[in-house]
Design a protein around this ligand. Sequence first.
Ligand code: GLC
Length: 429
Amino acid sequence: MRKLALLMLVMLLTISTTVITAQDEMVFNCGTDEEVTINYFGDPVGSHPEAEQATIDRFMELCPNITVELNQSSASVTDLLAFYLTAFEAESSDLDVIRVDVIWPGQLADHLLDLSDIAPQEHIDAQLPALIENDTIDGRLVALPLRIGFGMLYYRTDLLEKYGYDAPPATWEELEEMATAIQDGERAEGNDEFWGYVWQGNSYEGLTTNALEWHVSETGDNFLTSEGDILVNTDAAVAAYERAASWVGTISPPGVVSYQEEDARAVWHSGNAAFMRNWPYAYVSSGESEDIPGFDVAPLPAGASGAGASALGGWHIGVSRYSENPEAAAAFAVYMTSVENQKHYSIDTSSPPAALELYDDPDIQESMPFASPDIVEITTARPSNFARDQYNAVSTLYFEAVHSILTGEEDADVALELLELDLMALFEE
Ligand code: GLC
């Protein structure tokens, strides 16, 4: 009897060891055994090529038969979209795996493969459901989420202390006051290059995100709601854009109207700005800059609505329908967005991950204390789910109108009235 019990115990242990071993050695599905090369269009902001290459190296260890070529894509997402659309219209097979901005699933759906049958279900279930929903267009999962972006305020803790402020600004008025005082003080000490506040004012998608934040913080509403209401032509909206225009050449450099993310980051990194609006990706490099004695991040300031607003950003991975190696391309997309890779990638880029379980990971928490799985719910999405393949047209009208206000080319009330008419015409077509 005791012998039998012992035998059963041994058998049980053997079975459980086998199960554990089988899980540990679970073979990654590379999709193909053939030797192939695929083209991946990488991080458009271009600031973390090493994180991209590290991902590729890890993948190629799992799937040595697949060579992934990293193609640097344009830093401007507006230019990047134009590039993709031109290639897709020509049904070019040059693009296998691409970066998909959170706003593009509806815009690019026709050109991307449905990954719902290719990616393992547990892989899809590991991601934040709101992001999977964002990437599902007419029942097709056209991208897999990789990382989340959201607008945040970077501020210099050393300078706040030096000028007697004990907390970051809670309102735009406070930001203006602090930025002015710090800028005046630093210039008086001889730093002529110092500016109070840097952000993204170029005529491109990044301005849509900055302007949306001003708009929502001032009016409490999106400029185009999920019901299709166009809310750009109101007194509160005029006030929001006029305030931003008043920063140009006062607390912000005149050149801010041509700044993208990397331009703002360069000024901030050289120690020449008290405040910066940017995405989480700049957090890790800010910590490495010798010219920044101290910094922290805070929510963007509130406007007349009483609350601040932060635009939702982030990057997802899609596979081109015109790829000649769709299995290998899909395998790379799945690996790149796997929990394992997201952990490395998120830490390397200080960008909150798309996989829910990683928010409990101490390494993630330590490297980006601002990350929370609620980001998607508390941020404001651009109207891409409503506008779908019209989104780029909407955004272009919007950022061009806002840009004309920032440069003084057009009065805010005129620019916004015209914008309202243009948006109405777009949806009447
Ligand atoms: C960041 C965001 C992206 C946004 C872009 C605008 O890359 O993640 O969503 O469209 O900035 O420049």
